[in-house]
Design a protein around this ligand. Structure first.
Ligand code: NAP
Ligand code: MG
Length: 468
């Protein structure tokens, strides 16, 4: 990729700041490239381009917009190898996980959005009135680094299907994957200004973009802390907010269930992507009487699966954390767990490896009131908690400020009944495999709105009722 500039109004443009920011390979700590350190002037330019492009884009039929997006879809497939390579390089995801998950997930979810649009009622009749649905205007898409491609795709595809135009501000840790995505848009040759992308710091550029008076929707994925601050940015001109925030999800095991499955799913969720997954099942909740058996299974799984190494190596399961800061955060939480009296069961030691590596860590004797059970660590740390009866299990599971995801392993009928009572936006039961089209999003402080499929499209649609 020769272009590391902003993509505004169909052109690659250097920031008027004339400043750059480095992109670092977290496995080697080396600078791999530089991108624009944009400023408010660049944001003004991008928003103006998106605003100017909106009326014509919104006036196209959904089919016409889908025809353009088909070209983007083809481009994602064409650049899949480069997207894998870039994700491995700047995020530190293992190559297997990038190849099997990051990139195909984005391609599949984009397909499902487009197919959902074909069955979607963009116009309805209610009590004799004509109800039509259309774009809001300019959508600011502000995204995190943990799934650098799909966090952007999840916003841009439905926003554009609905008739909006977009300005993307990707995470500063992973802007290169986002720039490959912008390259795909350039080649798809959409009308200029429909898709724009500006790199730069969240506290400067992201903050300014979110509060821009010509932005109609803020679509944000990231921390609950930053998400909370966006209400203020939305208030002056009553912008719509779509928020995908943090999580502290439970893996609840019920007696008589498949213990190996419960261990595998919770362990994988903290090992894949180094646990930097908002929906990771970081609280494993088991009956007190079965704790010892679980400890044996967890230890065996750990010995077999924790293969720490260079992300590009096909044997590696665990790579580095995305940044020095993220490594510090995770190590601080591990220390807090020890200080508050949890038992360090596995890992938690220093690793003799260059890069931002953290040894996968399992705590037992965790009380749900401890910091490590309440706050999102966003790293390879599993908390094992115990319960006496199922009433207590449910109370512990729901005793969280978050409400993103959950998992119940146990006898089917009981497990489903438990799933119905979890206060979370989605729940898996036993071997269920999930979906690229069904809605995803959080209850409580995990967010507002839903992404994926028809619910994702609906969130980007303004609704007008015409009585004629
Ligand atoms: P973050 O610090 O909140 O950053 C997310 C994005 O917001 C980045 O592009 C960041 O820019 C930008 N930003 C930072 N401060 C801002 C501000 N004051 N105004 C506007 N934008 C601002 O989150 P992160 O550390 O990148 O990602 C980890 C968090 O995201 C975790 O809490 C995780 O649970 C959550 N997450 C949630 C989901 C979900 O779907 N629910 C998915 C993935 C991640 P810079 O990169 O320049 O700081
Ligand atoms: Mg951050």
């Amino acid at each position: 990729m020769e272009n590391y500039r902003n993509f505004i109004n169909g052109e690659w443009i250097a920031s008027s700041s004339q400043e750059l920011m480095p992109v670092i390979n977290p496995a080697t700590e080396e600078v791999i490239n530089h991108v624009q350190k944009s400023n408010q002037e660049d944001v003004d330019q991008a928003v103006a381009a998106a605003k100017a492009a909106f009326p014509d884009w919104n006036a196209l039929s959904v089919d016409q917009r889908l025809n353009y997006l088909e070209k983007v879809y083809d481009g994602l497939k064409k650049y899949a190898d480069l997207l894998v390579k870039t994700t491995v390089l700047e995020l530190g995801a293992s190559v297997n996980f990038a190849k099997d998950n990051h990139i195909p997930m984005a391609i599949k979810e984009m397909r499902e959005y487009m197919d959902s649009a074909k069955d979607f009622d963009f116009e309805e009749e209610i009590d004799g009135a004509r109800v039509i649905k259309e774009g809001f205007g300019v959508v600011a898409c502000i995204t995190p680094w943990n799934y650098p491609l799909n966090q952007i795709q999840r916003k841009v595809t439905p926003a554009l299907i609905a008739g909006n135009t977009v300005v993307v501000k990707p995470a500063s840790n992973t802007p290169l994957t986002a720039l490959v995505y912008a390259k795909v848009f350039e080649e798809a040759d959409l009308p200029h200004g429909v898709f724009n992308l500006v790199t730069g710091s969240g506290s400067e550029v992201g903050d300014y973009l979110a509060g821009h008076p010509d932005v109609a929707v803020i679509s944000f994925t990231g921390s609950t802390e930053v998400g909370r601050g966006l209400y203020e940015k939305a208030a002056p001109n009553i912008k719509k907010l779509i928020l995908e925030l943090g999580g502290k999800s439970v893996m609840l095991y019920l007696a008589g269930g498949d213990k190996d499955l419960a261990v595998k799913k919770s362990m994988d969720s903290i090992l894949n992507n180094q646990g930097q997954t908002c929906s990771a099942f970081t609280r494993l909740l088991v009956p007190e009487a079965e704790l010892e058996e679980f400890k044996e299974l967890i230890e065996a799984y750990y010995q077999d699966h924790v293969k720490i190494g260079m992300p590009g190596d096909g044997e590696t399961m665990v790579g580095p954390m995305v940044s020095a800061q993220q490594k510090e955060t995770v190590l601080d939480y591990i220390q807090k767990g020890i200080d508050e009296g949890a038992e360090l069961f596995l890992g938690g030691q220093d690793i003799d490896h260059s890069g931002f590596y953290v040894q996968p860590t399992v705590f037992t004797q965790v009380d749900n009131q401890m910091t490590i059970a309440q706050e999102e660590i966003f790293g390879p740390v599993l908390c094992v908690l115990t319960y006496k009866d199922e009433e207590e299990a449910l109370a512990i599971a729901n005793d969280s400020a978050y409400g993103l995801s959950g998992y119940v392993v146990g006898p089917k009928e009981k497990a489903v009944a438990m799933a119905e009572q979890l206060r979370t936006g989605n729940v898996f039961v036993n071997h269920a495999s999930g979906s690229s089209r069904a809605p995803f999003g959080g209850y409580k402080e995990s967010g507002l709105g839903r992404e994926k499929g028809p619910y994702g499209i609906a969130d980007y649609l303004e609704i007008k009722t015409i009585f004629a």
